[in-house]
Design a binder for this molecule. Sequence first.
Ligand SMILES: [Zn+2]
Length: 225
Amino acid sequence: MSSLRLIVFGRQGAGKGTQAVRLADHYGIPHISTGDMLRAAAASGSDFGRQVKEIMDSGSLVSDEVMEGVVAERLAQPDAAAGFLLDGYPRTPGQAEYLQTLLAPDGVQAAINLEVPEDVVVDRITGRRVCSSCGATYALGRDESAVSGLCANCGGEVLQRPDDTEDAVRKRLALYAESTEPLLNWFRERDLLVDVDGVGDPDDIAAALVARIDERRSGAPGAGS
Ligand SMILES: [Zn+2]
């Protein structure tokens, strides 16, 4: 079986993290997130790693060039030889171009876009409650602790995070849509975007994702530009 190179997109609250872990487990490929990748590079102790650490410690944004080095280094690791699931990269069409060049001639096989309507996402996030003592998370409509305000684990106070209010959430979603739309279009134009409905039972969504990916792997050569 050829190596499986995937990217996953999804706005906050779409369940991207959950599905990324499931997909990586299912296919036995590493789930590579931008944050983990940067931390690993910084901890590597190489000259390049020290540069990355300096940038991160200073709180500056990591430039495209540095990020390209981090991605190239990570994807060259032995555990990524059979494939990988990238999460958080690329973020721009320019980075997507870079990735396809790095992975030439095959490139990525699919960029998964987990789609959840905005109102559903807003409900999920604004219904989230967090214990101020132990950090346990609860959901309105599912957990008694979210309603009572008392943590079932530790008895601590259960609250809504200030950035989980509807106003804050809608602002974040609008920013995400604005910055991600050109990127999704980039993959769509190359017939690489796989839109998947992210509403429903996580098991069903995971099964649908696997079916769509397997379908792409088994057929349709010549997809893309
Ligand atoms: Zn607690």
